[in-house]
Design a protein around this ligand. Structure first.
Ligand code: GUN
Length: 301
């Protein structure tokens, strides 16, 4: 069996086309959607990711506010920047590119972002929402993976899903989202013994470990759907995922390529969340009773 390709680039293009109508509708009502992207320091990979996000905003008609802060920026200054953006009505989404420098306390910073503008979905409120299946903003990478899975026409309920990687950004939220859709979910991580014993049972295998070549054909069930979230740069400059693509393609039913699979979807879902936030802001503006739109826990956030 040779797997069909799940084309993240094509799906992204299609979704971004749809965004244009939504942006036009917002503009017509006097609201320009805006996303603030904060980058601290000069991590080259982060600079590329932030550049892609800003470019996607331009392409979709979203106003971007690119805030570049030096590596040694004190935490208090970062928190003051976030407070300013929380209060700015032109900003509907705030994203802080991770990883943060070691002197910054990541959790405090992520919780300082208003839950109304947490388009990355990393605030504790949104993270907790995943547990009960009720987030405002689903985190972008798992959200994109979910849409890619849907393009295969596969019913997730009852399937064995194995997620390799237990990060807060991808593995854990991914597992919770698919559990919510009634899959039987296993999370594997760096301390898992005999990884293959788990992966071989997967109807849907999602790999986000950051280790090139981790998943080889012997570890994959015939006909499985394989989603590769890894983005690794090899010494020769080539970008590869965590899955031996050529080998696994001969066993799987569907597979995402790297590049061109999950990567473009992450940025696209960020724009989706930003538009959702802007649309929500518009509803709030027009709501006769503001309370109607506020969960009690969000008051004052
Ligand atoms: N660093 C790696 N992935 C991400 C992401 O999805 N969002 C942010 N803010 N930082 C990241």
């Amino acid at each position: 069996m040779t797997a069909q390709i799940i084309d993240g680039k094509a799906l992204s293009r299609q979704l971004r086309e749809g965004f244009k109508t939504r942006v036009a509708a917002l503009l017509e009502q006097g609201l320009t959607p805006g996303l603030a992207v904060i980058l601290i320091g000069d991590n080259p990979a982060s600079r590329v990711y932030v550049g892609n996000k800003v470019k996607a905003c331009e392409e979709c008609g979203v106003r971007s506010f690119h805030i570049a802060l030096p590596d040694h920026t004190p935490q208090a200054e970062l928190l003051a920047t976030i407070a300013r953006l929380n209060a700015d009505p032109a900003v509907h989404g705030i994203l802080i590119q991770l990883p943060l420098p070691p002197h910054i306390d990541g959790p405090s910073v992520l919780e300082a972002i208003s839950v109304h503008k947490d388009v990355d979905g990393f605030h504790l409120y949104n993270v907790g929402g995943l547990v009960v299946g009720n987030t405002i903003f689903p985190p972008c990478t798992p959200y994109g993976v979910q849409l890619l899975l849907d393009t295969t026409g596969t019913e997730v309920a009852g399937k064995n899903v194995v997620v390799v990687g237990a990060s807060n950004i991808v593995g854990k939220p991914m597992a919770l989202m698919l559990l919510q859709r009634e899959a039987t979910v296993t999370i594997c991580h760096a301390r898992t013994r005999d990884l293959a014993q788990h992966t071989i049972l997967a109807d849907i295998l999602i790999v986000a470990a950051g280790r090139p070549g981790l998943i080889v054909p012997q570890m994959v069930k015939h006909g499985a759907i394989v989603i590769d979230v890894g983005i690794n740069r090899l010494p020769d400059g080539k970008i590869v995922g965590d899955v031996d693509f050529a080998g696994v393609r001969e066993k799987a039913s569907w597979i995402t390529p790297v590049p061109g699979g999950v990567g473009p979807m992450t940025v696209t879902m960020l724009i989706e969340n930003t538009l959702r936030s802007a649309e929500r802001a518009l509803r709030l503006r027009h709501a006769d009773d503001y309370q109607e739109w506020e969960a009690p826990i969000l008051k004052g956030a």
